[in-house]
Design a protein around this ligand. Structure first.
Ligand code: PLP
Length: 389
């Protein structure tokens, strides 16, 4: 059995599953029964590929970063997901799921968003495909991410404030799930490889186009499709799984997932879920999460809104326990520095999330002949205010 694929019940080893309220069971079972059939229909594949090419702008370049490579005395390639339409990898999944929802006969879409990136990607896909779109967003995030709120509204989506708990991403997710229970005729587009089965597998498959392209591009550029390292930041884990997917079975390629340490892994103000979390159930699946000994969620902290989530996908929990993936953590301060450094050495302003992956370059010494691929998950325009504090 491949490490990256779940069993019939949606488990990766002991992680995953589908822990949902009874009222959601019909929707989840419908998805479980249909998603692979629909995703691998020729017609669906053709439409999806066409949109990825002509609308999203794929394949995204695999850029040999000569200046960065010289600085670290190794060979660094950047997978430019920042050049996708809407500025990050999230659109790959949003378009895939919106297409799938249409095949299921759905007309309405529900989504949650933290920084607003997934909300914007979903609102975009819905505008394109003529679907009604409601996005749940924490009231605190609505305040600190105004430009993305305005984008979603301009795209025709309704943005609903989540006023419970910490008024951030996990609360928006709770509200979105509640709305889905009340409107079972809608489809819920989850933005990462989290949630009940089949979401982690479905989102991973939609994002796996990233590693599929990396292989092809590396083969063209260096005559070998397998790098020594693939490095990606992890919030819920979708850009990382997308970049790792087709390398998981090849153990010569080291996979490094970079979590947000916040003020530091042991500071109590962190979002390093795999390093600091414990096993439990959140948003429909069993994985690692940040919780008190009696199971209350501990508020995570990261300077980057996209990594500020108390959970992590079950696939990552499994790859971590199987020691197929290494986990590192980068602090707010290191990430901010790495964001400035890439901007000034390569002329690319990365998203703050992505800056965590870049900062990892300082955590290890590299050899001149090593090939290192970093997934540049998104662009940093949305983060200028934070960068400039
Ligand atoms: C949302 C986001 C992330 C974190 O989400 P994952 O599911 O872990 O990929 C990382 N980078 C960017 C640019 C994002 O928008």
């Amino acid at each position: 059995m491949k490490l990256i694929e779940p069993n019939d019940l949606g488990y990766y080893g002991e992680f995953g599953g589908a822990f949902v309220p009874e009222l959601l069971l019909p929707n989840i079972l419908e998805l479980q029964n249909q998603y692979l059939i629909i995703m691998y229909e020729t017609d669906f594949q053709e439409t999806f590929q066409q949109l990825l090419t002509d609308y999203v702008g794929r394949p995204t370049p695999l850029y040999y970063a000569a200046n960065l490579s010289k600085h670290y005395n190794t060979q660094i390639f950047l997978k430019r997901e920042d050049l996708n339409h809407t500025g990050a990898h999230k659109i790959n999944n949003a378009i895939g799921q919106a297409l799938l929802a249409k095949r299921l006969g759905k007309t309405k879409i529900i989504a949650e968003t933290g920084a607003g990136q997934h909300g914007v990607a979903t609102a975009t896909a819905c505008a394109l495909l003529g679907l009604e779109c409601t996005v749940y967003m924490g009231a605190v995030d609505i305040k600190r991410q105004q430009p993305n709120v305005q984008r979603m509204q301009m795209l025709g989506a309704k943005v609903v404030a989540a006023n419970s708990g910490s008024k951030t991403l996990k609360d928006a997710t709770n509200e979105a799930i509640r709305a889905w229970i009340q409107e079972p005729e809608s489809h819920y587009i989850i933005g990462s490889v989290v949630g009940p089965h089949p979401y982690p597998d479905m989102v991973a498959r939609f994002q796996s186009v990233i590693s599929k392209e990396i292989k092809k591009q590396l083969l063209q550029k260096i005559g070998n499709e397998n790098p020594d390292y693939v490095i990606a930041c992890v919030g819920g884990g979708s850009n990382a799984i997308g970049a790792f997917y087709h390398f998981v079975e090849n153990t010569n390629t080291k996979l490094i997932a970079v979590e947000a340490a916040g003020y530091g892994v042991d500071s109590g103000k962190t979002a390093a879920t795999l390093l600091k979390g414990t096993k439990g159930i959140l948003h429909g699946s069993l994985s690692y999460l940040m919780q008190t000994p009696d199971g209350q969620i501990v508020e995570p902290h990261s300077v980057s809104a996209g990594l500020d989530y108390p959970g992590i996908g079950p696939i990552h929990a499994h790859l971590f326990e199987q020691q197929r993936m290494q986990v590192a953590a980068v602090t707010d301060e290191e990430a901010l520095k790495a964001g400035f450094f890439l901007s000034q050495i390569e002329g690319i302003i990365p998203a703050l999330e992505t800056a965590h992956a870049l900062a990892y370059l300082n955590h290890q010494t590299w050899k001149p002949n090593e090939v290192v691929v970093i997934n540049l998950s998104g662009r940093g325009d949305k983060d200028l205010n934070t960068y400039q504090l």
